[in-house]
Design a protein around this ligand. Structure first.
Ligand code: RB5
Length: 148
């Protein structure tokens, strides 16, 4: 399957740092251009700083989609979803969540928790997210319009 995004912004806090490194390799192997917006070490950091950076790159149309990783994915999603035009989905359950987040919700940020999902499941989830198109049916778009 071919990725539907050509440019993706990625960031993590310290708790998602190791998985972010793996993800950059995976995305680049799919010929996706990756903007790595940090963090760049395992030193303790604050996840909202990184969520807002990835959101900024999407809103400025520097990236088409984003990936945010923290310990649970939850803090990142809460921070990212403060912004309109952002639909950040926590998909620790795996590929089914990622597929439906794209197909039904047109999610533009994948959030994962490195402490909750194993590396292989995380990689499969990432692949599903970047290869699943929005099912642009009238009912899904109508519901997204109601989010505002
Ligand atoms: C950091 O310890 C942790 O709280 C953070 O990575 C994240 O899981 C928050 O939602």
């Amino acid at each position: 399957m071919t990725p539907i995004f050509k440019k993706i912004a990625i960031a993590s806090d310290h708790a998602g740092f190791a998985l972010k490194k793996d993800f950059i390799e995976t995305l680049e192997s799919l010929a996706i251009t990756v903007m790595d917006l940090g963090t760049f070490s395992e030193e303790s950091t604050d996840y909202p700083d990184f969520a807002h950076k990835v959101v900024g790159s999407i809103l400025k149309e520097e990236a088409q989609a984003g990936v945010l990783i923290c310990g649970t994915g939850i803090g990142m999603s809460i921070a990212a979803n403060r912004h309109s035009r952002i639909r950040a989905a926590v998909c620790n359950e795996g590929t089914t969540s990622a597929r439906l987040a794209r197909a039904h919700n047109n999610a533009n940020i994948l959030c994962l928790g490195e402490r909750l999902i194993g590396p292989e499941a995380a990689k499969d989830t990432l692949f599903t997210f970047v290869t699943t198109p929005f099912d642009a049916g009238e009912r899904h778009q109508r519901r997204l319009n109601k989010i505002g």
